[in-house]
Design a protein around this ligand. Structure first.
Ligand code: OAD
Length: 243
């Protein structure tokens, strides 16, 4: 980790009060949740189908049993705790510096750390609903059981409130995310391969001169960053900010 770059990040944070954070699975790896495309990511693990197939709408409809086996084992992580990245971002919001966290993560850890304005582009494993009647359920109802959870009211299939492949992102969440990014004084992007669209393309709406990219591996947006820091985001944010 470069000390100079981390210092510069700290200076920029001190100068700004309209900071937006845009992140992905790499923000939660220091909490023990594997990412998708990093070294130990879910794409490198053995399973009968690739994650994009299992996590697709058509697969959920066709094979909900397999979907739920994968979902419970890999995604519905209940015991993870926020790490220094989540905590530093929550602190920045409390201090009036950061206005929004935009995340592709579905683990609810930003809220657990205390962040209030969290825009979840891909939904959350903390909510579920019946596909037939829309009745809402908490996470335990689908995470703790076996097989495919069914609605108590109408016997419809219950699904987690996450965006599956082949499905659209929520238009309102997308619109608000774009507004935050286009108006941001400083954009911190971190823990994301920036490989999955439309989420990744949102970074292009930033028009300022303080885009910081913090990631372990290279991304296609590295050259667009005004400050590129390679390393662990939890360590870097904790060091850059007084937390
Ligand atoms: P990826 O797994 O594609 O990328 C995570 C990135 O974080 C990788 O580039 C890692 O190098 C980096 N990384 C891992 N740990 C880190 C750490 N401690 N500090 C800094 N960087 C770290 O995850 P996403 O970009 O979030 O979508 O993936 C986007 C979407 O693909 C996910 O939301 C999910 C997935 O399919 C859906 O499920 C719809």
């Amino acid at each position: 980790m470069s000390v100079d770059k981390t210092l510069m990040l700290g200076n920029w944070i001190n100068q700004c009060d309209n900071i937006v954070f845009f992140g992905g699975a790499g923000v939660s790896t220091e909490s023990g949740i594997p990412d998708f495309r990093g070294g130990d990511g879910l794409y490198r693990q053995q399973w009968d189908y690739p994650p994009e197939t299992i996590l697709s709408h058509s697969f959920f409809v066709k094979s909900p049993e397999v979907f739920y086996r994968y979902y419970r084992e890999k995604l519905a992580v209940d015991d993870a705790q926020p790490n220094s990245a989540h905590l530093a971002l929550a602190d920045l919001e409390r201090e009036g510096k950061l206005v929004a966290v935009i995340t592709q993560n579905i683990d609810g850890l930003h809220q657990a750390a205390g962040s209030k304005n969290v825009l979840e582009l891909h939904g959350s494993t903390k909510r579920a609903y019946c596909v037939k009647c829309g009745a809402e359920y908490g996470p335990d109802y689908i995470n703790k059981g076996d097989g495919v959870p069914m609605c108590r009211l109408c016997q419809g299939v219950i699904r987690p409130d996450v965006v599956l492949y082949e499905e659209s992102l929520d238009a309102d969440v997308m619109q608000r995310s774009i507004e935050y990014i286009s108006q941001a004084q400083m954009l911190i992007v971190g823990g994301t391969s920036l490989a999955v669209y439309p989420a990744a393309g949102m970074v292009n709406y930033y028009s300022g001169d303080k885009m910081v990219l913090i990631n372990k591996d290279a991304t296609q947006f590295d050259r667009a960053a005004n400050l590129l820091i390679k390393g662990k985001i939890g360590e870097i944010l904790a060091r850059a900010w007084k937390y």
